[in-house]
Ligand binder design. Structure first.
Ligand code: ZN
Length: 174
């Protein structure tokens, strides 16, 4: 099995794959030193394994990615580096017919990515979206976390705790 590697690059020319029969596969590995997720969070050492599969509509990309994120533990407030993993699956549809050169109607589904007029499939936005999912919203530094658990509660539990206090007050009055 031939695997192509992309180093700090996310663009794949898929003209040949679009001309190949449905079911044809291509394999890639990607490494990015850094990936900016949004205005205040970036991850580093992104490693992804990607399979591109020619489908009747376009190309299905499946695979997994690993990222390193520098985070602050919600329990003990220490900063730490965590390695996180996520699997992905997404469709890419061509905007130009590879055989005729004629434009194709854009996909109605917003979750479908597009392949540009030069038959370049860019994995960047796919990797960014799934890296966002990989990074935990409430990071904990690890099972050895020394922080008292009482310092932090998930939001639902915090609401429950406030309601419990209110209920106790109401009970007292009754
Ligand atoms: Zn911690």
């Amino acid at each position: 099995m031939r695997v192509r590697h992309l180093e700090n690059d996310t663009i794949i020319n898929v003209a040949q794959l679009l001309k190949a029969p449905v079911g044809t596969e291509r394999y890639f590995t990607v490494h990015l030193d850094q990936l900016i997720l949004d205005s205040d969070l970036a991850v580093r050492d992104v490693d992804a394994a990607v399979r591109l599969l020619r489908t009747s509509n376009g190309i299905l990309a499946t695979g997994d990615l690993r990222v390193t994120a520098h985070l602050t533990c919600v329990r003990c407030l220490t900063e730490f580096d965590g390695r996180f993993e996520e699997t992905f699956e997404a469709e890419f549809w061509p905007t130009i017919d590879v055989l005729t050169g004629l434009p194709l109607p854009p996909p109605e589904d917003e979750d479908i990515f597009t392949i540009d007029k030069n038959h370049h499939l860019d994995l960047h936005e796919l990797l960014r979206q799934f890296a966002v999912l990989a990074v935990p919203i409430y990071p904990v530094c690890g099972p050895q976390c020394p922080g008292p658990e009482s310092l932090w509660q998930p939001p639902e539990e915090a609401v429950d705790a406030r309601l419990a206090v209110l209920q106790a007050l109401l009970d007292e009055r009754a």
